[in-house]
Design a protein around this ligand. Sequence first.
Ligand code: SF4
Length: 698
Amino acid sequence: RTEYAERKVESVCPFCGVGCQTELSVKEGKIIQVEGRKGPANRGKLCIKGRFGYDYVLSPERLTRPLIRREDAPKDARARLSFDRLHEVFREATWQEALEKASGGLKTIIDRDGGGALAGFGSAKGTNEEAYLFQKLVRQGFGTNNVDHCTRLCHASSVAALMEGVGSGAVSAPFTDAEKSDCIIIIGARPEQNHPVAATYFKQAAKNGATLIVMDPRRQRLMRHATHGVVFEPGRDVALLNAMIHTIIEEGLTDEQYIQAHTSGFEALKEKVKGFTPEEMAPICGVAADEIRTIARAFARAERGIIFWGMGISQHVHGTDNSRCLIALALITGHVGRPGTGLHPLRGQNNVQGASDAGLIPMFYPDYKSVENPELIARYEDAWGRPLDHARGLTVVEIMHAIHDGEIKGMYVQGENPAMSDPDQHHARAALASLEHLVVQDIFFTETAWHADVILPASSQAEKLGTYTNSNRQVQLGRPVLDPPGEARQDWELIVAIANGLGCNWTYADVPDVYAEMAALMPSLANISWERIAREGAVTYPAPAPDAPGKEVIFETGFPTDDGRARIVPTDLVPPDELPDAEFPLVLTTGRMLEHWHTGAMTRTSHALNAQEPEPVVSMHPRDIGRMGFTRGQQVTVETRRGDITLTLRADRDVTEGMLFIPFCFREAPANFLTNPSLDPFGKIPEFKFAAARIRAA
Ligand code: SF4
C-alpha cells in the first residue's frame, strides 16, 4: 500500500519500551500503513502492535472538544460511563473557559491550602519534553513534589535497587547485547508478549549457541527456545536467586578480581547466603536443587552473562530485594561493564525511561537528583525563579491514600489512567471521585476522565513532535503524521497554558526550545542536541562528545557512586503480603498480553488488535478447571479481599496449578479491582503479582 501513500513520515512506535523506529504512510488524512525502519533497537522489525495497532489514532471515540462537568452531575465512585454517555455528565466548552476552569480550580486550592494539597500524574506515553514541563509545572507552579507516573507501578523497585547498588537507574547494556552474550537470564518477564522485538534477539542468541535461561512462575513460549525453562513458585524469587548465589560462592565460581576491584558488601552477602542452600530453598521456590546448581554454574562460568527482568521481579512487596539479588548475581560473577554483560530491566511504556529521567518522580529532579539536596534545591530555585518544596513528594498509591485522608484535594492527570492502573480500584476510584478538582488531559474518555471536573482533549503520539527514550537509553525523535482531531491540542501547549494560568509566565517557542532547557539541566543529555537527534535518528546517552557515538555499555571502569564501587546488598526472605488460605486458596497474578497494551486505552480502540482479544478472560490450568468442575468458556467470578469481577474462563497450560492470571486491560472487568495495594518499602510499588483469590461460577 505504500506506493499509494501521499507522504511518508519517520517516527517511533507508541507502545512499548523497545522503541522500534517506524515509517508511517499517509493518504487522505489517514495512516494507511506502518513499516519498521532500520533503527538501532528494531533493525526493520515491528510486532503486531506496532504494525497494526495504529488505527486508535482515528477512533471515533477520540476527544475533540474541551469538556466541563455539568453542575447537576455529581461525582460517583461507582460510575461506569461509556463514550456514548459522555454528554450526560459533561458539556462542551470553549478552550478559554476550560483552561480558566482547570487552572482556576487548582489555584483556589493552592491559595487556600497550599501547593501540598495538589498532585500531578504525568505520562510515560508522552514525550520527554512533556514530562519535563509537567514535573516543572508541579514543582514550580503547584509548589510541591507530589508528581509521579506509571514507573511507580512498573520498575520503581528496580530503580531503587539499581540506584542503591550501581548508582544509576538505567540499563547497563542494550538488549541487543544479548547477541554478544554466552548466557542470558530472563526472569519475571514475558518478552514475547510485552517486548516482542527484543525477544527476537534472545531467540537468535539461543539459536546461535548462547545458553538461554528463562525463569518465571508461569510457563511461556520463549521457554521453547531456552536451554533452561525454570518455572518457580510465585513470590519466591529471593529463595531461588539466593540459592544460585550460594552455589556460585560455595563452588568458588565468583570473579574475585572483579569483586575486589569494583564492589563492596561481598562479605556480608557471603554470610547471608550461607543459609540459602539449594536443598533448603528447593521446597520453597519449587525448583529442584540440581537445577538451581546447574543454572547458577552456567551463568557464573559464562564468559559474558547478561540479565533481563520485568515486572514479575519488580511488582512485589519484596521487589527491591528481588532486584538486589539480580544485581548481586551480576556483580559477583563480574558480568557488568563489558559487551554482552549487564543488567537490563525491560521498560514498559515507550517513554517510561525518558519520563523518569526528566524528573516525573516525587523524589528526584531531572537525572535522579534528590529534591532534598540543598544545593540542588538552590540550583532549581535559581533556574525556575520560585521557592520550591524541600521534601520528597508522595508516590502514586500514597497520593490515593492522601486523597482519602483529605490532604490532597486537587489533581492534574495527563495521559495516565489511574482508575484502571492503580491497585485496589474501589479505593482508587473513590479517591478520584472525592477530589474537589480533577483536571484530566487525554485523547480518550478514560475511566479516570469519568471523575474529572475538566477534560482537556490532547494529541496522540501520531500528532506530536518530541523525543522518546527507550529501554536501551536511546533518545529518538517522534514526528507528527496527522493534525489532532477537532479542537484537540498539543499536550505541551496545554501544560504551558495551565502553568501560565498559575502565573508561571512560560514563553517556550516550540518543542526544541523545551528540549534545549531540559538538556541544559540534565548531564545525561550532554552532547545530545535536538539537531543531532534529528540528524542521527537515535542517540544513546551518555554521549562523550557531540560527534562521538553514545555509550551502549556503561560501568566499564567503575560506578557513579560516592566511592566508585558497586554496593552488594544481601536480602532476606520476605513472603508475599497476602498468602492463600482456606478462604482465598488461589494465587492471582496480573499482567499484559501481546495484543493489548497496559490499561487498553489505545489498543482496545484498535480494531485490528481488539479483534484478536475482544473480551476479558481469566486463565487457569485445565487440571484446575476440571478439578473444580468448571468448563472452559463459562462465565466465572474471581474474588479477592478487595472486590470481585466476572469474566470468561480460559484454559491455559502456561498458568501453573493453583494460580489465576488476569490481564489488566479490560474495562469491562478491571483486574485491579482485585489487586493488593501493599507496597514495597523502598520502591513504593504495589504487589500486582500476588494476591490471594477464589473463583466461582457466575
Ligand atoms: Fe512497538 Fe514494542 Fe512492538 Fe516494537 S516491540 S513494534 S516498540 S510494541
